[in-house]
Ligand binder design. Structure first.
Ligand SMILES: NC(=O)c1ccc[n+]([C@@H]2O[C@H](COP(=O)([O-])OP(=O)(O)OC[C@H]3O[C@@H](n4cnc5c(N)ncnc54)[C@H](O)[C@@H]3O)[C@@H](O)[C@H]2O)c1
Length: 351
Protein backbone atom coordinates (compact mmCIF):
# COMPACT_ATOMS: atom_id res chain seq x y z
CA UNK A 1 0.00 0.00 0.00
CA UNK A 2 1.40 3.41 -1.01
CA UNK A 3 2.32 5.97 1.67
CA UNK A 4 0.72 8.14 2.87
CA UNK A 5 -2.06 5.64 3.47
CA UNK A 6 -5.40 7.44 2.95
CA UNK A 7 -7.31 6.82 6.14
CA UNK A 8 -11.02 7.09 6.92
CA UNK A 9 -12.32 7.09 10.51
CA UNK A 10 -15.62 5.50 11.51
CA UNK A 11 -16.41 6.94 14.94
CA UNK A 12 -14.76 10.15 16.17
CA UNK A 13 -15.56 9.99 19.90
CA UNK A 14 -13.61 9.78 23.15
CA UNK A 15 -10.77 7.43 22.28
CA UNK A 16 -10.17 9.08 18.92
CA UNK A 17 -10.07 12.61 20.31
CA UNK A 18 -8.17 11.80 23.52
CA UNK A 19 -5.73 9.15 22.33
CA UNK A 20 -5.79 8.12 18.66
CA UNK A 21 -5.42 11.74 17.48
CA UNK A 22 -1.94 12.03 18.99
CA UNK A 23 -0.85 8.88 17.18
CA UNK A 24 -2.33 10.12 13.87
CA UNK A 25 -0.46 13.42 14.22
CA UNK A 26 2.85 11.60 14.64
CA UNK A 27 2.04 9.33 11.68
CA UNK A 28 1.05 12.32 9.52
CA UNK A 29 4.37 14.01 10.27
CA UNK A 30 6.27 11.00 8.90
CA UNK A 31 3.85 10.92 5.93
CA UNK A 32 2.78 7.40 6.85
CA UNK A 33 -0.94 8.23 6.93
CA UNK A 34 -3.24 11.04 5.92
CA UNK A 35 -6.76 11.27 7.33
CA UNK A 36 -8.90 11.98 4.29
CA UNK A 37 -12.46 11.17 5.45
CA UNK A 38 -14.53 10.85 8.62
CA UNK A 39 -17.88 9.43 9.64
CA UNK A 40 -19.81 9.99 12.86
CA UNK A 41 -23.46 10.41 13.77
CA UNK A 42 -22.67 13.29 16.17
CA UNK A 43 -21.91 16.50 14.19
CA UNK A 44 -19.82 18.01 17.01
CA UNK A 45 -17.46 15.01 17.00
CA UNK A 46 -17.13 15.21 13.20
CA UNK A 47 -16.28 18.87 13.48
CA UNK A 48 -13.70 18.48 16.27
CA UNK A 49 -11.74 15.78 14.50
CA UNK A 50 -12.35 17.20 10.99
CA UNK A 51 -10.97 20.59 11.99
CA UNK A 52 -7.97 19.07 13.76
CA UNK A 53 -6.96 17.09 10.66
CA UNK A 54 -8.10 19.54 7.95
CA UNK A 55 -10.61 17.11 6.48
CA UNK A 56 -12.73 18.87 3.84
CA UNK A 57 -16.43 19.45 4.60
CA UNK A 58 -17.56 17.13 1.79
CA UNK A 59 -15.46 14.31 3.28
CA UNK A 60 -17.23 14.46 6.67
CA UNK A 61 -20.09 11.96 6.70
CA UNK A 62 -23.01 11.25 9.00
CA UNK A 63 -23.42 7.85 7.32
CA UNK A 64 -20.26 5.73 7.21
CA UNK A 65 -21.64 3.77 4.24
CA UNK A 66 -21.54 6.92 2.11
CA UNK A 67 -17.93 7.45 3.12
CA UNK A 68 -17.06 3.89 2.04
CA UNK A 69 -18.99 4.29 -1.24
CA UNK A 70 -17.24 7.53 -2.21
CA UNK A 71 -13.89 5.71 -2.37
CA UNK A 72 -10.66 7.62 -1.90
CA UNK A 73 -9.57 5.74 1.21
CA UNK A 74 -7.17 2.81 1.57
CA UNK A 75 -7.94 1.93 5.20
CA UNK A 76 -10.49 2.58 7.96
CA UNK A 77 -10.26 2.69 11.70
CA UNK A 78 -13.46 1.68 13.46
CA UNK A 79 -13.90 3.17 16.95
CA UNK A 80 -17.60 2.92 17.73
CA UNK A 81 -19.73 1.17 20.40
CA UNK A 82 -19.11 -2.60 20.38
CA UNK A 83 -22.49 -3.58 18.92
CA UNK A 84 -21.63 -1.72 15.69
CA UNK A 85 -18.24 -3.31 15.00
CA UNK A 86 -19.45 -6.39 13.10
CA UNK A 87 -21.76 -4.52 10.74
CA UNK A 88 -19.19 -1.80 10.04
CA UNK A 89 -16.29 -4.21 9.52
CA UNK A 90 -18.37 -6.29 7.10
CA UNK A 91 -19.38 -3.16 5.11
CA UNK A 92 -15.76 -1.98 5.03
CA UNK A 93 -14.60 -5.41 3.86
CA UNK A 94 -17.11 -5.28 0.97
CA UNK A 95 -15.71 -1.84 0.07
CA UNK A 96 -12.26 -3.48 -0.24
CA UNK A 97 -10.38 -1.35 2.31
CA UNK A 98 -7.94 -2.43 5.03
CA UNK A 99 -9.63 -2.50 8.44
CA UNK A 100 -8.29 -1.62 11.87
CA UNK A 101 -10.99 -2.19 14.47
CA UNK A 102 -10.95 -1.08 18.07
CA UNK A 103 -11.49 -3.96 20.49
CA UNK A 104 -13.35 -6.22 20.85
CA UNK A 105 -13.76 -7.82 17.43
CA UNK A 106 -17.53 -8.14 18.03
CA UNK A 107 -20.08 -8.86 20.74
CA UNK A 108 -20.43 -12.60 20.04
CA UNK A 109 -18.64 -15.44 18.28
CA UNK A 110 -21.49 -15.59 15.73
CA UNK A 111 -20.71 -12.01 14.71
CA UNK A 112 -17.00 -12.74 14.78
CA UNK A 113 -17.48 -15.73 12.43
CA UNK A 114 -19.25 -13.43 9.94
CA UNK A 115 -16.36 -10.95 10.16
CA UNK A 116 -13.80 -13.70 9.50
CA UNK A 117 -15.83 -14.83 6.48
CA UNK A 118 -16.19 -11.28 5.05
CA UNK A 119 -12.51 -10.48 5.52
CA UNK A 120 -11.48 -13.73 3.82
CA UNK A 121 -14.02 -13.43 1.01
CA UNK A 122 -12.95 -9.84 0.18
CA UNK A 123 -9.26 -10.55 0.84
CA UNK A 124 -8.70 -7.38 2.90
CA UNK A 125 -6.20 -6.85 5.73
CA UNK A 126 -7.96 -6.84 9.12
CA UNK A 127 -6.67 -6.30 12.64
CA UNK A 128 -7.93 -5.41 16.12
CA UNK A 129 -6.26 -2.89 18.44
CA UNK A 130 -4.30 -4.67 21.22
CA UNK A 131 -2.53 -1.45 22.20
CA UNK A 132 -1.20 -2.25 25.68
CA UNK A 133 1.30 -4.66 24.12
CA UNK A 134 3.10 -1.52 22.91
CA UNK A 135 3.71 0.19 26.26
CA UNK A 136 7.42 0.42 27.05
CA UNK A 137 7.25 -2.13 29.90
CA UNK A 138 5.35 -4.64 27.81
CA UNK A 139 7.65 -4.25 24.79
CA UNK A 140 10.71 -4.88 26.98
CA UNK A 141 8.99 -7.85 28.64
CA UNK A 142 8.13 -9.33 25.22
CA UNK A 143 11.77 -8.97 24.17
CA UNK A 144 12.79 -11.02 27.26
CA UNK A 145 10.33 -13.87 26.64
CA UNK A 146 12.81 -16.06 24.71
CA UNK A 147 15.02 -16.09 27.84
CA UNK A 148 12.45 -17.15 30.45
CA UNK A 149 11.80 -20.69 29.20
CA UNK A 150 8.65 -22.74 29.68
CA UNK A 151 5.89 -20.78 31.39
CA UNK A 152 3.70 -22.31 34.11
CA UNK A 153 1.71 -19.49 35.75
CA UNK A 154 0.47 -16.03 34.85
CA UNK A 155 -1.85 -13.51 36.41
CA UNK A 156 -3.28 -10.22 35.34
CA UNK A 157 -5.53 -7.69 36.99
CA UNK A 158 -7.42 -4.53 36.14
CA UNK A 159 -9.93 -3.82 38.91
CA UNK A 160 -11.45 -0.43 39.58
CA UNK A 161 -14.58 1.26 40.85
CA UNK A 162 -17.14 3.10 38.69
CA UNK A 163 -19.53 5.56 40.27
CA UNK A 164 -23.05 4.35 41.04
CA UNK A 165 -24.52 6.57 38.29
CA UNK A 166 -22.61 4.51 35.72
CA UNK A 167 -25.82 3.24 34.10
CA UNK A 168 -27.40 2.95 30.66
CA UNK A 169 -29.08 6.33 31.34
CA UNK A 170 -25.85 8.21 31.97
CA UNK A 171 -25.74 11.54 30.08
CA UNK A 172 -22.25 10.74 28.75
CA UNK A 173 -22.93 8.41 25.79
CA UNK A 174 -19.54 6.70 26.25
CA UNK A 175 -20.67 5.57 29.73
CA UNK A 176 -24.24 4.78 28.68
CA UNK A 177 -23.36 2.33 25.90
CA UNK A 178 -20.71 0.61 28.06
CA UNK A 179 -23.38 0.05 30.74
CA UNK A 180 -25.83 -1.63 28.37
CA UNK A 181 -26.06 -5.14 26.95
CA UNK A 182 -27.83 -3.90 23.79
CA UNK A 183 -24.74 -1.93 22.79
CA UNK A 184 -22.21 -4.60 23.74
CA UNK A 185 -21.07 -3.16 27.07
CA UNK A 186 -19.75 -4.89 30.18
CA UNK A 187 -16.52 -4.98 32.13
CA UNK A 188 -15.05 -8.16 30.65
CA UNK A 189 -15.32 -7.10 27.00
CA UNK A 190 -14.47 -3.45 27.60
CA UNK A 191 -11.82 -3.54 30.34
CA UNK A 192 -10.62 -7.09 31.11
CA UNK A 193 -10.21 -7.62 27.34
CA UNK A 194 -6.78 -5.98 27.71
CA UNK A 195 -5.74 -8.04 30.74
CA UNK A 196 -6.62 -11.24 28.86
CA UNK A 197 -4.44 -10.61 25.77
CA UNK A 198 -1.65 -9.18 27.96
CA UNK A 199 -1.27 -12.26 30.15
CA UNK A 200 -1.75 -14.60 27.16
CA UNK A 201 1.09 -12.82 25.36
CA UNK A 202 3.41 -13.35 28.34
CA UNK A 203 2.42 -17.02 28.74
CA UNK A 204 2.94 -17.60 24.97
CA UNK A 205 0.43 -20.38 24.67
CA UNK A 206 -3.26 -20.38 23.69
CA UNK A 207 -5.99 -20.96 26.27
CA UNK A 208 -7.72 -24.35 26.10
CA UNK A 209 -10.08 -24.34 29.15
CA UNK A 210 -11.81 -21.49 30.96
CA UNK A 211 -13.47 -21.49 34.38
CA UNK A 212 -14.96 -18.14 35.40
CA UNK A 213 -17.52 -16.04 37.19
CA UNK A 214 -18.58 -13.00 35.17
CA UNK A 215 -21.29 -11.21 37.12
CA UNK A 216 -23.05 -8.00 38.04
CA UNK A 217 -22.13 -7.40 41.67
CA UNK A 218 -22.77 -3.76 42.51
CA UNK A 219 -23.82 -1.46 39.66
CA UNK A 220 -27.38 -1.06 38.42
CA UNK A 221 -26.63 -2.36 34.92
CA UNK A 222 -27.65 -5.36 32.79
CA UNK A 223 -24.02 -6.24 32.02
CA UNK A 224 -21.17 -7.56 34.18
CA UNK A 225 -19.17 -5.33 36.53
CA UNK A 226 -16.94 -8.18 37.80
CA UNK A 227 -14.94 -10.89 36.04
CA UNK A 228 -12.77 -13.61 37.55
CA UNK A 229 -11.19 -16.13 35.16
CA UNK A 230 -9.08 -19.24 35.70
CA UNK A 231 -7.57 -20.47 32.42
CA UNK A 232 -5.58 -23.53 31.45
CA UNK A 233 -3.27 -23.08 28.48
CA UNK A 234 -2.21 -25.57 25.83
CA UNK A 235 1.30 -25.81 27.38
CA UNK A 236 -0.22 -26.67 30.80
CA UNK A 237 0.26 -23.17 32.26
CA UNK A 238 -2.49 -21.74 34.45
CA UNK A 239 -3.49 -18.08 34.46
CA UNK A 240 -5.91 -15.95 36.41
CA UNK A 241 -7.46 -12.72 35.20
CA UNK A 242 -9.40 -10.42 37.51
CA UNK A 243 -11.30 -7.39 36.30
CA UNK A 244 -13.93 -5.15 37.83
CA UNK A 245 -15.85 -1.92 37.73
CA UNK A 246 -17.03 -2.67 41.28
CA UNK A 247 -13.85 -3.14 43.34
CA UNK A 248 -11.79 -0.20 44.67
CA UNK A 249 -8.43 -1.90 44.09
CA UNK A 250 -5.45 0.45 44.23
CA UNK A 251 -3.11 -1.44 41.90
CA UNK A 252 -4.88 -1.25 38.54
CA UNK A 253 -3.28 -2.78 35.49
CA UNK A 254 -0.42 -5.20 35.98
CA UNK A 255 0.43 -8.72 34.87
CA UNK A 256 2.99 -11.38 35.69
CA UNK A 257 4.42 -14.51 34.15
CA UNK A 258 6.36 -17.22 35.99
CA UNK A 259 8.59 -19.62 34.04
CA UNK A 260 11.43 -22.11 34.43
CA UNK A 261 14.14 -19.41 34.16
CA UNK A 262 12.46 -16.67 36.17
CA UNK A 263 9.52 -14.31 36.31
CA UNK A 264 8.42 -10.96 34.85
CA UNK A 265 6.01 -8.43 36.34
CA UNK A 266 4.73 -5.61 34.10
CA UNK A 267 2.53 -2.59 34.66
CA UNK A 268 1.17 -3.03 31.16
CA UNK A 269 -1.34 -0.18 31.38
CA UNK A 270 1.16 2.59 32.19
CA UNK A 271 4.30 3.95 30.57
CA UNK A 272 6.19 4.51 33.82
CA UNK A 273 9.82 3.96 34.79
CA UNK A 274 8.98 1.23 37.34
CA UNK A 275 6.83 -0.67 34.81
CA UNK A 276 9.00 -3.81 34.55
CA UNK A 277 10.51 -6.09 37.20
CA UNK A 278 12.32 -9.39 36.70
CA UNK A 279 12.92 -12.22 39.14
CA UNK A 280 15.79 -14.69 38.87
CA UNK A 281 16.92 -17.12 41.56
CA UNK A 282 20.39 -15.55 41.49
CA UNK A 283 19.25 -11.92 41.91
CA UNK A 284 15.72 -11.98 43.29
CA UNK A 285 13.32 -9.25 42.09
CA UNK A 286 14.95 -6.30 40.27
CA UNK A 287 13.52 -3.29 38.49
CA UNK A 288 14.70 -3.12 34.88
CA UNK A 289 15.64 0.02 32.93
CA UNK A 290 13.27 0.70 30.06
CA UNK A 291 15.37 1.79 27.08
CA UNK A 292 12.49 3.21 25.02
CA UNK A 293 10.93 5.22 27.82
CA UNK A 294 11.80 8.76 26.76
CA UNK A 295 9.43 11.72 27.18
CA UNK A 296 7.64 10.65 24.04
CA UNK A 297 7.18 7.16 25.52
CA UNK A 298 5.70 8.63 28.65
CA UNK A 299 3.12 10.37 26.49
CA UNK A 300 2.02 7.16 24.75
CA UNK A 301 0.53 5.83 27.96
CA UNK A 302 -1.88 3.46 26.21
CA UNK A 303 0.58 2.17 23.58
CA UNK A 304 -1.70 3.28 20.74
CA UNK A 305 1.03 5.25 18.96
CA UNK A 306 3.31 2.20 18.94
CA UNK A 307 0.51 -0.11 17.84
CA UNK A 308 -0.60 2.16 14.98
CA UNK A 309 2.97 2.78 13.78
CA UNK A 310 3.65 -0.99 13.66
CA UNK A 311 0.32 -1.65 11.93
CA UNK A 312 0.53 1.09 9.27
CA UNK A 313 4.15 0.30 8.47
CA UNK A 314 3.22 -3.36 8.00
CA UNK A 315 0.32 -2.31 5.73
CA UNK A 316 2.61 -0.06 3.68
CA UNK A 317 5.16 -2.86 3.29
CA UNK A 318 2.51 -5.49 2.51
CA UNK A 319 3.56 -7.53 5.57
CA UNK A 320 1.39 -9.48 8.03
CA UNK A 321 -0.22 -7.16 10.59
CA UNK A 322 1.14 -7.47 14.15
CA UNK A 323 -2.23 -8.49 15.66
CA UNK A 324 -3.87 -11.14 13.46
CA UNK A 325 -7.60 -11.72 13.13
CA UNK A 326 -7.02 -15.14 14.76
CA UNK A 327 -5.43 -13.53 17.85
CA UNK A 328 -8.40 -11.18 18.27
CA UNK A 329 -10.85 -14.05 17.70
CA UNK A 330 -9.11 -16.10 20.39
CA UNK A 331 -9.42 -13.24 22.88
CA UNK A 332 -13.15 -13.01 22.18
CA UNK A 333 -13.46 -16.81 22.45
CA UNK A 334 -11.97 -16.61 25.98
CA UNK A 335 -14.55 -13.96 26.92
CA UNK A 336 -17.37 -16.02 25.42
CA UNK A 337 -16.16 -19.11 27.30
CA UNK A 338 -15.97 -17.13 30.56
CA UNK A 339 -19.59 -16.06 30.19
CA UNK A 340 -20.66 -19.65 29.44
CA UNK A 341 -18.58 -20.99 32.34
CA UNK A 342 -20.53 -18.65 34.62
CA UNK A 343 -23.99 -19.74 33.52
CA UNK A 344 -23.10 -23.44 33.14
CA UNK A 345 -20.88 -23.55 36.27
CA UNK A 346 -18.23 -25.69 34.56
CA UNK A 347 -14.99 -25.32 32.63
CA UNK A 348 -15.50 -24.54 28.94
CA UNK A 349 -13.16 -25.91 26.29
CA UNK A 350 -11.94 -23.60 23.54
CA UNK A 351 -11.45 -25.73 20.42
N1 LIG B 1 -7.88 0.21 23.13
C1 LIG B 1 -8.18 1.02 24.15
O1 LIG B 1 -7.38 1.23 25.05
C2 LIG B 1 -9.52 1.68 24.13
C3 LIG B 1 -9.83 2.71 25.04
C4 LIG B 1 -11.10 3.32 24.95
C5 LIG B 1 -12.00 2.89 23.97
N2 LIG B 1 -11.65 1.87 23.14
C6 LIG B 1 -12.60 1.36 22.13
O2 LIG B 1 -12.90 2.38 21.18
C7 LIG B 1 -14.25 2.24 20.75
C8 LIG B 1 -14.98 3.56 20.98
O3 LIG B 1 -14.92 3.88 22.36
P1 LIG B 1 -15.03 5.42 22.85
O4 LIG B 1 -14.60 5.43 24.26
O5 LIG B 1 -14.35 6.31 21.89
O6 LIG B 1 -16.62 5.63 22.77
P2 LIG B 1 -17.38 7.00 22.50
O7 LIG B 1 -18.80 6.74 22.83
O8 LIG B 1 -16.67 8.13 23.14
O9 LIG B 1 -17.22 7.18 20.92
C9 LIG B 1 -17.94 6.42 19.98
C10 LIG B 1 -18.17 7.28 18.75
O10 LIG B 1 -18.88 6.49 17.78
C11 LIG B 1 -19.87 7.34 17.21
N3 LIG B 1 -20.90 6.55 16.60
C12 LIG B 1 -21.98 5.94 17.19
N4 LIG B 1 -22.73 5.35 16.25
C13 LIG B 1 -22.12 5.54 15.06
C14 LIG B 1 -22.42 5.15 13.73
N5 LIG B 1 -23.48 4.42 13.43
N6 LIG B 1 -21.57 5.56 12.74
C15 LIG B 1 -20.49 6.31 13.03
N7 LIG B 1 -20.16 6.71 14.27
C16 LIG B 1 -20.96 6.32 15.28
C17 LIG B 1 -20.35 8.19 18.40
O11 LIG B 1 -21.07 9.32 17.98
C18 LIG B 1 -19.03 8.53 19.06
O12 LIG B 1 -18.44 9.68 18.50
C19 LIG B 1 -14.81 1.03 21.50
O13 LIG B 1 -14.63 -0.11 20.72
C20 LIG B 1 -13.93 0.94 22.73
O14 LIG B 1 -13.82 -0.35 23.30
C21 LIG B 1 -10.44 1.28 23.19
Amino acid sequence: MKKPIRLGLIGCGGIVQKTHARAYLALSETETVKITALADVVPENLQNVGDQFDVTEQNRYADYREMLAQGGIDAVIIATPHSLHAEQVIEAASAGVAIISEKPMATSLEEADKIMEAVKHNDVPYTVVHNYLWTAGMQSAIALLPEIGKTYYGRSTGMGLRSTDFTANHPNPAFAWRASKATGGGCISDTSYHEIYSVCTLVQSPVRYVEARVRTMVLDIDVDDFAMLLCEHENGAVTTVSGAWSVPANDFGWCEVHAENGSLRVKHRYNVREALHRFTRAEGWKQLELPDLDDEGLKDASGHAGYFAATFNALAEGKALPISAEKAYHNLAIIDAARRATTERRAIEIP
